[in-house]
Each structure stands twice: as C-alpha cells, then as structure tokens.
Design a protein around this ligand. Structure first.
Ligand code: SAH
Ligand code: SF4
Ligand code: F3S
Length: 466
C-alpha cells in the first residue's frame, strides 16, 4: 500500500544551503541549470519537480549547456536507442568539465535504476558527479548539496519505492498545457518492458490532492491537462476507500472552466465501460483514447503478458466508437517481439485496418536486460523486422490519411499551441489530438479557436480560423 509522505523540512533546508553555496560558486549573475529530459511524460513531470527544487535553490535555467553551472540529464531506459543517445551525449560533456571544473554534471531517471548502467557510468565517466534513480527524487536537495559541498561523487539508486511524496515544488515548462501525475510505478510486468523494474510498484496519489492540483492548474490558465500514469485504469489500488479512475476523472471534470482533460496510458485489460461512459457524458474530457494494443496476434499478446486478447480489445474499441461519436483512437505497437512470425505481424496489420487509428507510436522490439523476453529466442533478423516495420508505417499512413480526409469541411475546436518559425503558420491540436495548421496571429497561442478544415495532408489538417 502506498504511504503518502510530505517533502521534508530538512530537504527544504538543503535548498537554502545550496542557494548560499551557489551564491559564491556561480559563473554568471545567477547560478544556471541545464535540464534535458529523455523519455516519456512521466520523466517530463519529474524534471518539472527537479526544476521546481532548483528554482527554490536560486537557479535560473539555460538552454545552452555551455553556460550551465549544473547540468542534468533525466534518462529513459525503455529502448536501447534511448540509452545509446544518453551515453553519447554524456560523453560529449567531458571537454566542458575539463574547461570548467567547478560545474556539476548529474544523471537521473530510469536508466540510473539499472545497476549495470550506473556501474558503467561510475567507471567510464569520472566527470559525472551525481547519479540518482527515480526513487530518490524527493532527496534531490540533499544529494545536490552534498555533491557540491565536498566535491565527492554521489551515486544513489534503488531506494524505497512504496511511497508517494507530496509537496515537492514544481516548475512547469508550459503555461497552458501541462502534465499531472496521478500515480507512479507499474505492476504489470509486460515481458518486454523495463518500466516496472526502474519505476517500482504502482502507487496512487490521494484523489483530493490530485483534484486540488487540477483546480490550481485550471485557475492559473491551463487549458489542456494530461493525467499521467503507466496504467491509469488501475488508479486507486492501495487507497481506502478505493476510487476508480473513471470516478477520479469524473470529479475533475466538474471543475468549472474552459479546458480539456486528457489521460495516458490506458491499459486495455483494465479499460472499463464506466470510463468510456464517463468520457461520453463529460464536459471536458477529450474525445481521444490512447489504448496501446502492442500486437494484433493473440499468441504474441499472451507471450507479452498483456492479459487481453484481440477480441477483448476490439470489444472495448467498438463500445468506445458507439458511445463517443468520432472518437479518436491512438495506440502503441511493437514489431518483432521474439518469436513473432510474419503471420502474427499480419494480424497486427489487420487490427489497425479494423480499428482505423488516428495515429500510432510504432517501435521495433528492443531487448532489455533483466526482462523475461530478453532471454527468448529471436530468430527474425533486424533487416526482416525493418521491412515489416516499413509495411506497418505505410499501412498506417493510408489509414490516417483517409481519416483526416474525412474531416475536410468540418469545423474543429483547436487549442493553438505554437507558431512555426519556418512557414509562419499557427499549429494546434483538436480534442482528438490531431494536428491542425492555420494562418493567424501569435497572440492566439494558448487559446481555443474554431477552425474550418480545408485540406488534409496525411495526418495533418489545414484550415482557417472562423
Ligand atoms: N505503460 C504504457 C507504456 C509505457 S512504455 C502502456 O502500457 O501502454 C511506451 C511504449 O514503449 C509501450 O507501449 C511499448 O509499445 C514500447 N516499449 C516498451 N518496451 C519496449 C521494448 N523493450 N522494445 C520496444 N518497444 C517497447
Ligand atoms: Fe511497461 Fe506494460 Fe507497465 Fe506499460 S503496462 S509500463 S508496457 S510493464
Ligand atoms: Fe522511459 Fe522511464 Fe518513461 S524508461 S518511457 S522514461 S518510465
């Protein structure tokens, strides 16, 4: 069961001590921090907490790594490619540390919970002064101060993963689009996935704390809030009384204001009709369901330990289509799981045709040390998997294009997010998370606009504000 703890006074004291120390050691007017985040929104949300703590310790932020007094990479372990990028980018900091020995280079996040990775960093990158895993986030002030004050290398990981820490200051990257974690960790142990090993057991935040945070975000101008968890559908495990995720989001939906609520990720095995009914009846929940199916083959789903089959998946999708008109469905898919045959892969293609997804996040299977799938026979060559992957992309491109084409001439409500430097167009997203581009003034960023769709280009819509 999750124990709810408060960010301790002693950690706040460490932030004050760091502020004093950095007053002397900074290179410029104020101490500067450079924080780079890899991986999923959970990591983005963690980085926002780290920035919140750094801000209290007197730091400002820079986008230029050369100027920073403190450099932090928040890492992701989900696929080999993500890890390789981190190793490459850390290696490139060696020269910077040689030029400015007083800077502190730190690494945190999911990769740092893997023992073999932390050991490699310790041995091969002596200029990295601080390493901490995902379970030590609430101790960051103390770890930062200790590594600054005596210059010794501090490496910590694998701490207590059963607690939820409230009250950590947060410095959000956005002003109208934001992340709101509702739970941490994962209990599902899909056989390919490293997340449960690096994020620990599933634990939920108390509903009142989440609702209050949502209320604060809405009253300070947030227009698009995404509730985060590895499997939001099992929200509430360990809480007493136990609320369902549908109840939680239904309560948040009652908060007055003009905003959209999103959530991710929704595991098909726990996706309920209650949730779909709640979306259908809500005022603010976006008409979008991100429901990763991973594979269309029952045999592979079983080997992945996903606890649903194709039939169950399609039953949820069909219920969602019936209750939520024009629901936008998106998903994650893995190609080339060990033992997958071309026939299994064809099942994946037929599933995506049957569902008609708006978009897909597609991945080639990447073996992760310590996961059950990593020790399975994997006879299909990387080249062959690459061909299947391309076939998947081509098929999805056709599906997305025809879905987008069906939206031409409709009027869509769009949250305007940015202005492109390249072509000067505004771009934003619909409730179904489809990108829309239109001409318009920069001061519309952060507002909802009705856009008449005039053209569909693959998965992007073009239009004009009405
Ligand atoms: N909790 C989420 C997923 C988090 S990881 C869920 O269950 O849907 C995001 C995605 O990365 C997964 O959905 C999966 O498609 C992909 N992924 C995870 N481990 C992977 C691996 N070892 N190789 C390739 N893709 C992987
Ligand atoms: Fe990984 Fe499965 Fe947990 Fe998602 S539900 S984080 S894919 S183990
Ligand atoms: Fe990566 Fe960790 Fe997220 S492994 S995908 S950053 S939970």
């Amino acid at each position: 069961m999750a124990v709810q703890n408060t960010f301790s006074d002693s950690q706040s004291e460490y932030l004050a001590l760091t502020a004093e120390l950095m007053d002397i050691r900074k290179r410029g007017e104020t101490p500067l921090a450079f924080v780079r985040t890899y991986g999923c929104q959970q990591n983005v949300a963690d980085s926002e907490k780290i920035k919140g703590m750094l801000k209290v310790a007197g730091y400002s932020f820079t986008e230029n790594v050369e100027d920073a007094d403190f450099i932090l990479f928040n890492t992701c372990a989900v696929r080999e490619h993500a890890e390789d990028r981190v190793f490459g980018n850390v290696g490139a900091l060696k020269k910077l540390k040689r030029r400015h020995p007083q800077i502190l280079i730190a690494l945190c996040g999911c990769m740092m919970e893997e023992k073999h990775v932390a050991d490699r960093i310790y041995q091969s990158f002596p200029f990295v002064g601080l390493v901490f895993g995902t379970h030590c986030l609430h101790q960051f002030p103390e770890l930062l101060y200790k590594s600054l004050v005596d210059g010794k290398r501090v490496f910590v990981r694998d701490n207590d993963d059963k607690k939820v820490y409230e009250g950590i200051p947060t410095f959000r990257d956005g002003t109208f689009k934001g992340w709101l974690p509702i739970m941490y960790g994962c209990d599902n142990f899909c056989t390919y996935c490293i997340v449960p090993y690096v994020r620990g057991r599933e634990r939920s935040r108390e509903p009142e704390v989440i609702i209050n945070e949502a209320r604060e975000m809405i009253s300070s101008g947030f227009k698009d809030i995404t509730l985060l968890g590895q499997n939001v559908n099992s929200y509430g495990k360990g809480l007493s009384p136990r609320p369902t995720f549908a109840q939680l989001i239904g309560e948040i939906d009652k908060i007055e204001g003009d905003y959209w609520l999103r959530f991710m990720t929704s595991h098909p095995k726990d996706c309920t009709r209650e949730l779909i009914d709640t979306i259908a009846q809500s005022k603010h929940i976006s008409l979008h369901l991100h429901l990763p199916f991973q594979s269309g083959s029952d045999r592979i789903l079983k080997a992945m330990n996903r606890h649903y089959d194709r039939e169950k998946y399609l039953a949820i999708v069909n219920y969602a289509k019936e209750k939520i008109p024009n629901v936008s469905l998106t998903s994650d898919v893995i190609v080339g799981f060990p033992g997958e045959t071309y026939e299994d892969f064809q099942q994946t293609l037929s599933l995506i045709r049957e569902v008609g997804f708006t978009s897909l996040f597609t991945f080639i299977y990447s073996p992760r040390v310590g996961t059950p799938a990593a020790s399975l026979d994997d006879p299909i060559t990387a080249e062959e998997k690459g061909k299947w992957f391309q076939e998947l992309l081509d098929t999805q491109e056709e599906i997305a294009a025809s879905r987008c084409a069906s939206m031409v001439s409709k009027v869509e409500r769009v949250l305007i997010e940015e202005k492109s430097k390249k072509d000067g167009y505004l771009s934003g997203r619909t409730s179904g998370n489809i990108i829309v581009e239109c001409p318009g003034d920069e001061n519309l960023i952060g507002t909802f606009q009705n856009v008449q769709i005039t053209e569909a280009r693959n998965w992007i819509l073009k239009g004009r504000i009405t």
